[in-house]
Design a protein around this ligand. Structure first.
Ligand SMILES: Cc1cc2nc3c(=O)[nH]c(=O)nc-3n(C[C@H](O)[C@H](O)[C@H](O)COP(=O)(O)O)c2cc1C
Length: 191
């Protein structure tokens, strides 16, 4: 089974990329296949609402997003981490989200994948829960199965994350919850 981790931060080697690396390490240790998308490595244009993907599974804009759509389609679980920017997801992540409409319009290709969210802010209460809600909303609109950390909404962290023990625990708990959910749906396939 494949776990895809996505960092929505423009910062290379920043807190969000570390959170995704830590998260995926838990799954690698359990012998799952892992894959990641760090948006700091890509230039993704915003959706232009041109309507081309209403008629065919193709985007009018042939930018780096074309490489990323198959990774989403092939994942069994998708975990998204975003920096909290003015109480919501980063602009980079919002553009990425909007460009996935092609997958929804051509057969709900993310339907029933398991989804989880992580939000990171500089302040303890800087809007991480709203940011998680943005991510969960994207997942629900794709028909995904959204899970939290078995306590609240998912991974909630304050920078610098390596000092945020409670936040790191919420990321670990989210990983365990996703693992349990995958097991429940696909017992023979889960390592
Ligand atoms: C444009 C901008 C807006 C921000 N808004 C918030 C905010 O509303 N709440 C908050 O706690 N932190 C805010 N921050 C801090 C970022 O959330 C924080 O630097 C980020 O999560 C660090 O992750 P990174 O190292 O992966 O970039 C903001 C930072 C920027 C650049």
């Amino acid at each position: 089974m494949k776990i895809l981790g996505i960092s929505g931060s423009p910062t290379k080697n920043g807190n969000n990329e570390k959170a995704i690396n830590d998260f995926l390490e838990i799954f690698s240790k359990k012998k799952f296949e892992v894959e990641k998308i760090f948006l700091s490595q890509y230039k993704i244009n915003p959706c232009l609402s041109c309507g081309v993907c209403d008629k065919q599974k193709k985007c009018f804009q042939q930018d780096e997003m074309t490489k990323l759509l198959p990774l989403l389609e092939n994942a069994d679980a998708i975990i998204v981490s975003s920096p909290t920017y003015f109480g919501g997801v980063s602009g980079q992540l919002k553009s990425f989200f909007d460009r996935t409409i092609l997958l929804r319009r051509n057969g709900f290709l993310l339907k029933n994948k398991i989804g989880g969210a992580i939000a990171i802010g500089h302040a303890r209460n800087g809007g991480q829960e709203y940011t998680i809600q943005n991510i969960h909303t994207w997942m629900h609109i794709h028909g995904m199965i959204v899970v939290g950390d078995n306590n609240h909404f998912g991974g909630i962290l304050k920078t610098p994350i390596k000092k945020d023990k409670e936040g790191l625990k919420s990321v670990k708990d989210l990983a365990n919850k996703i693992c349990e959910t995958l097991k429940k749906f696909n017992p023979p396939l889960v390592p």
